[in-house]
Design a protein around this ligand. Structure first.
Ligand code: ATP
Ligand code: MG
Length: 222
């Protein structure tokens, strides 16, 4: 258990354009397998930038990111796409569900892309929605679900391909405190099932539930 599933070395990100922004200025981070890590820090200080790079959604300007020992910065675009499909799961503040698909179909979607048979898609998706407390909402469309329920569908979808790590950017940022707390309870449950989780949040209350708190200020870890 005691090994880093994610590790960064001297990670830097500079955004170019008319204004040059040093969003990350040398991040050294370790996330242990099975841990629940929260990234906190002021707005605009590099949290999302860091999370996107950890998930293979973006590339750093310099430095290294090891996912299970493999340096993601050395991978081709195609290899990075594979990582995003199979190794990392992403949840965003806005749930990004497909509006005309049911909860079940939304969770089946990544399984379909991965070439899983229809039977297995359904079994897996039902299992996950059950884990997220949505066994009675399989056939509901997103607009028939509350914000918290939609976010739980998004979490189930992110878990569909059994990623090594679940990355979440302000997953409760768009929810009232009640549904936010409920979603957090499910996040903790998913972590207890063994999933490694990295979650970006503004809420200290959420960070308190994590095993590791990483404070990113001005692009570096404090
Ligand atoms: N695509 C981009 N192009 C240029 N600058 C960017 C881009 N994305 C982010 N930045 C800049 O990089 C810095 C860090 O942004 P980032 O989104 O990582 O902050 P954050 O900590 O997630 O903020 P918030 O809490 O408001 O979500 C900011 O100054 C931002 O303006
Ligand atoms: Mg952000």
């Amino acid at each position: 258990m005691n090994e880093a599933i994610l590790k960064t070395q001297e990670l830097k990100k500079v955004y170019g354009g008319s204004v040059v922004t040093e969003a990350l200025r040398g991040i050294d981070l370790e996330v242990m397998r099975g841990n629940f890590t929260c990234i906190v820090g002021p707005s605009g200080h590099g949290k999302s930038t860091l999370l996107h790079i950890l998930g293979g959604l973006d590339r750093p300007t310099s430095g290294k990111v090891f996912l299970d020992g493999v340096d993601m910065t050395q991978l081709s675009d195609n290899e990075l796409t594979e990582i995003r499909l199979r190794r990392t799961g992403f949840v965003f503040q806005f749930f990004n569900l497909v509006p005309n698909l049911t909860a079940l179909e939304n969770v089946e979607l990544p399984l379909m892309f991965a070439g899983i048979s229809a039977n297995k898609q359904e079994l897996k998706a039902k299992d996950l929605l059950d884990l997220l407390g949505l066994a009675d909402k399989l056939n509901s469309k997103p607009n028939q679900l509350s914000g918290g329920q939609q976010q739980r569908v998004a979490i189930a979808r992110a878990l569909a391909n059994e990623p090594d790590i679940l990355l979440m950017d302000e997953p409760t940022g768009n929810l009232d405190s009640g549904s936010g707390a409920e979603v957090l309870d499910y996040v903790v449950r998913v972590n207890k099932e063994g999933k490694t989780i990295v979650l970006v949040t503004h809420h200290e209350g959420i960070a308190e539930r994590a095993q590791q708190i990483v404070r990113v200020v001005d692009g570096i870890i404090q």
